[in-house]
Design a protein around this ligand. Sequence first.
Ligand code: X90
Length: 282
Amino acid sequence: MEALKRKIVADSSCDMTSFAEADFAAAPLKIITNVKEYVDDAGLDVAAMVSDLKEYNGRSSTSCPNTQDWLDAFGDADEVFCVTITSNLSGAYNAAVTAKEAYEAAHPGKKVCVLDSLSTGPEMVLIIEKLAEMFRENMAYDAICQKISQYTKHTGLLFMLESMTNLANNGRVSPVVAKVAGLLGIRVVGKASDVGTLEQLNKCRGENRALDAIVNHLKELGFNGGKIRIGHCFNLKAATTLKNRLLASYEKAKVTIYECRGLCSFYAEKGGLLVGFEKAGC
Ligand code: X90
């Protein structure tokens, strides 16, 4: 009998284009302007997109993977574990569920477990890494489905944004909140709410104070020195400062930093920081 093919699939808001620890594919979202369409895959030049967008004054929007995009990402795997951006801000989850139904109907015996992250970016990274860990432990399909949804109850996402223009223009936050982020020197700090929407926590004067607020929120929300993934949109400086501050208080914390890909760069905008973290008890 041939070995079971297990695969992790996520939409491109997870900021990962490849993954060494397991068979992996990302279904791309798209960033669309009147002059160009950017496909958020490994070929996207994120720096060029961000600089194009800075010069561009027209309308811009995004679109999620459709059912076929998801099916393409599933490939021919026997067991797919599919992680999506929050269903409260994107149609990606619904399209993935439709793809699951089509895939399972077309290939009896094959299974797809779809997980709504109620989050995005670095919290999805943590979920994907945990799935790979479960693969290595040879856990059964049903056990993984159940355990991974438990795991997401012990992870969280905080963010720091310098501008919320694209979020507001696309109806993902209220214009009132977005306006604050547009003020000179102001950083909005917030978190992914329990229902997977943006929840504003603080308006901070300057990046330093915003990073302090993030460190405090991490503690309040139950971080106790586990894993942290920091995604940044052209703000390595803030990401590094945050990492060092965390390591000063939690010397064993496992902190890594990476650059956001297209979708998160479009919405988090230049200077933005996304922080995915584990809470106690996972
Ligand atoms: O379907 C689509 O077109 C994608 C829409 C995505 C909208 C929101 C993306 C947010 C990206 C911003 C800060 C963190 C937000 C946390 C949300 C739970 C990053």
